[in-house]
Design a protein around this ligand. Structure first.
Ligand SMILES: *Cc1c(COP(=O)(O)O)cnc(C)c1O
Length: 395
């Protein structure tokens, strides 16, 4: 998944352009920026690349989620259906909006189970927020049809899935808004950065204003702009956008390499006993940042992850024990420990210690994910495949 593996002269050139102007601000300074608009250029290239009507770059994936929630009018006391397997940022963004995360199960896609999401709908539900985890997509068609039937807002957390598609349509473009992260370990990185996309011009203009203290960005004199709404500062700087722009132009090459590396490992594992692969609604659209598979039970999974480690196969994850990505270890959430304490959070949140997700526990306790790197040589890849196959054949 990490775009930092392919930094080169392209990133350097984009950054140098910005430094040569001295203008790090993404807005204004029209006369001294020598025609360089890195954030704007990134936005139009990303929108075109994934087929979204509008794109707004911002300071992080978490910011993108906050902007999307605010632009869709989700706030105090509204329930938002979320999966228990994600990066904690998804949940934080909902809480920081004053809304209430309501957990539904994941299924063998490792993403939100549409049936469980439907069962979690209450009269207070305002939105469904699926996460396209580990590079591949959720059952987004079913989730979209649920939202359409129930009149709910659909926001996609596509922070880990830039470039993934379902039947040719890009992750992030199915819902009212889609969110991306370009943090330092994502598929394309700005250092810190994110993006929201939408096809709805009114959601876009709300997002555009909200992310910059309510500025309407009409005209090119910042002093004369209006401020129709209160907002926040989730802006990206031109320096970050410059890095991301060079990275975005490498996205197709990155995806191609990830897919070929993943295929080599997956093909070698196909005949192995007692493993099943993660379900991917459209295999061709997998961005292939991870290879995820299931063992028959928790003990076998624990045993396998230990042996993979001993054999020197790095980049393997056992999410059941990981305290960033699965609810089991989210004690901070269970105790609602935060520095900021929105009143709504205390008044409306269910007791997260009591949330039972047996289907997700059963899946995640058996899941191992392997990070797919870009920088592996042919030789390293072969050795890796060899080690994996040896470990998996041991009983
Ligand atoms: C990385 C990530 C985020 C947050 O992105 P940042 O840019 O680090 O704020 C949100 N959701 C998921 C699923 C992520 O992986």
């Amino acid at each position: 998944m990490p775009g930092f593996e392919v930094f080169g002269d392209e990133e350097r050139k984009e950054v140098q352009d910005v430094l040569d102007t001295g203008v790090l601000f993404r807005y204004g300074f029209d006369n001294v920026r020598k025609g360089y608009w890195k954030a704007k250029t990134f936005e139009s290239e990303l929108a075109a690349r994934i087929g979204a009507g509008y794109c707004l770059l911002c300071s992080s994936g978490t910011a993108a989620l906050s902007i999307a929630l605010a632009s869709c009018g989700i706030g105090a006391g509204d329930e938002v259906i979320v999966p228990p397997f994600t990066f904690i940022a998804t949940i934080e963004a909902v809480l920081n909006a004053g809304a209430v995360p309501v957990f539904a199960e994941i299924d063998e896609t490792l993403c939100l189970d549409p049936l469980s999401a439907e069962a979690a709908v209450t009269p207070r539900t305002k939105a469904v927020l699926p996460v396209h985890m580990c590079g591949a997509m959720a059952r987004i068609t079913e989730l979209k049809s649920l939202c359409d039937r129930k009149g709910l807002i659909l926001i996609e957390d596509a922070c880990q899935a830039i470039g993934a598609t379902l039947d040719g349509k890009a992750a992030g473009t199915f819902g009212h808004m889609g969110c991306f992260s370009h943090d330092s370990v994502k598929t394309i990185t700005c250092g810190e950065g994110g993006a929201v996309v939408t096809d709805d011009p009114s959601l876009y203009s709300k997002a555009d204003a909200y992310a910059d203290h309510g500025h309407d960005h009409v005209g090119n004199d910042r002093g004369l702009e209006n401020h129709p709404i209160l907002g926040n500062n989730f802006r990206i700087s031109e320096l970050n956008a410059a890095v991301g722009l060079a990275q975005l132009r490498k996205l197709d090459a990155i995806l191609e390499k990830q897919r070929s590396h993943k295929k080599a490992i997956k093909d070698a594992m196909k005949g192995l006993p007692d493993i099943a692969f993660r379900e991917i609604p459209d295999e061709k659209g997998d961005s292939a940042t991870f290879l995820s598979f299931f063992l028959p039970d928790e003990n076998r999974a624990r045993d396998t992850i230990r042996k993979l480690g001993e054999a020197g196969v790095d980049g393997c994850f056992y999410w059941y024990d990981n305290n960033w990505h699965y609810i089991r270890k989210w004690d901070h959430l269970k105790e609602l420990r935060s520095s900021a304490r929105p009143v709504e959070m205390l008044e409306n949140c269910p007791d997260y210690r009591e949330v039972g997700l047996p289907q997700s526990d059963s899946i995640i306790s058996r899941t191992i994910s392997m990070l797919i790197k870009l920088s592996w040589t042919e030789e390293e890849l072969l050795q890796r495949v060899d080690k994996i196959v040896r470990v998996m054949r041991e009983k």
